[in-house]
Design a protein around this ligand. Sequence first.
Ligand SMILES: Nc1nc2c(ncn2[C@@H]2O[C@H](COP(=O)(O)O)[C@@H](O)[C@H]2O)c(=O)[nH]1
Ligand SMILES: [Mn+2]
Ligand SMILES: [Mn+2]
Length: 483
Amino acid sequence: MKIQKEHINKIKDYLWEIPTSFRPQYMNVPARILASETLLDEIMEDRSLAQLVNVASLPGIQGASMVMPDVHEGYGFPIGGVAATSYPKGAISPGGIGYDINCGVRLLLSSLNRETVQESLGVLSRELYNHIPSGMGKGGSILLSSRKMHEVLRNGAEWAVSQGYAKAEDLRFIESNGKLEMADPRLVSERAKQRGKDQLGTIGSGNHFVEVDYIDEIYNTNIATAYGLECGQVVLLIHTGSRGLGHQVATDHIKIIMGAMEKYGINVPDRELACVPFDSEEGQNYFRAMCAAANFAWCNRELISWEARTAWAKVFGSEVDDLHLMYDVAHNIAKLEEHSVEGKSSLMIVHRKGATRAFGPGFPELPEKYLKAGQPVIIPGSMGTCSYVLAGTARSMEITFGSCCHGAGRRLSRTAAKKQVNAPVLKEELRSRGIYVEAGSFKGIAEEAPVAYKDINEVVETVHASGIATKVAKLKPMVVVKG
Ligand SMILES: Nc1nc2c(ncn2[C@@H]2O[C@H](COP(=O)(O)O)[C@@H](O)[C@H]2O)c(=O)[nH]1
Ligand SMILES: [Mn+2]
Ligand SMILES: [Mn+2]
């Protein structure tokens, strides 16, 4: 089914809708798109909107099936999608979370400024590359026994603190404090545990990275001050998830859930939307395993922070107590949250797949110094353009179930990017612009070239103008370590 422009109604600036009358036989709610006119044209080039319409058929879906402006097609659900289902009988669908459970980003702040680090960038890029294992299947220095694996899966980032890899203060600056209480390590298969046992502290390949940026522009001084951001300040951005462990959890449970659908009489237009009632045995088993994998990812980003802090101290001196965690937020996850649809508030299962939580001011989980500002929303762009920090708003609660975009979003497939991009030339070009790239392969650089991604400025303008998040600061890259 190809979605054409005539199927889409404009609701207001930046908000579009495909009504249920488009596919009344299976759409339970309308499908909504948050995009500028330009981005909408780009979005229509792949299967994202057909997938968005399919998601509207999920049992128990509430309000609307939604996509953010960075949307592109994914496994069953589009990447950049949000779907909230009713608790406890609505659907839980692993495809709505993605294979890299709790892929996410964190931002750490240094006390150094752009000029101070300029001379050290070459050394810094090599030290970060040497301290942080990257690349497909690359293991780290920690080998988890099965007892320790259970502790990590149960306790998330807290485990890293308990072992002396991080200070307890980090935990306050992580979504859900880096730990989902419903995690049950017994529901994570032996195969998944085997895959993950040497993967803590590793970034993996492709789209994942560790990046040194400087703050190029501040848009909202009050919020920037609350977050501790200043113009010219050097910061570190980490993007990765739950590695092979999370992938195996998704693989195992998708198979189980596909097999169980018939029992619950569930029919969806695409097998990749496989789902079961949240309160079913299979639904609970997946959710609790997903929580465990999410905990593994938070612990992973904490361990990578430890490696980065070690490299940092080696380059800038151990007396510099630096790289304080500003915030860590997931973009592939399902959470139980209270939301309101047509004035009625209730508990929902919010699937965010390539979408960032963006809760507004006053959200009690936030550290006190962010309470007035709202939750930090960290949006990476690409290795050659820029990234952004935004703040969640009350408006996001009204229109996107407290969610925002998670990046620029792909516009070229990996294969197409490899055909178009000459990686050695790109690496040199970035170097001439002051950006040091360290990567395991030229193939990885080509796949992740800036041209492979949409215009991050346009994506961020869209979420800012639609009111779901407020622009706070723009970051520009100086060092990029890629898998
Ligand atoms: N600052 C950087 N941003 C990057 C880089 N490579 C990718 N990206 C952006 O991250 C998001 C994450 O998307 P995901 O779906 O892979 O989780 C992506 O949309 C890009 O905009 C980079 O090297 N640096
Ligand atoms: Mn990601
Ligand atoms: Mn990922």
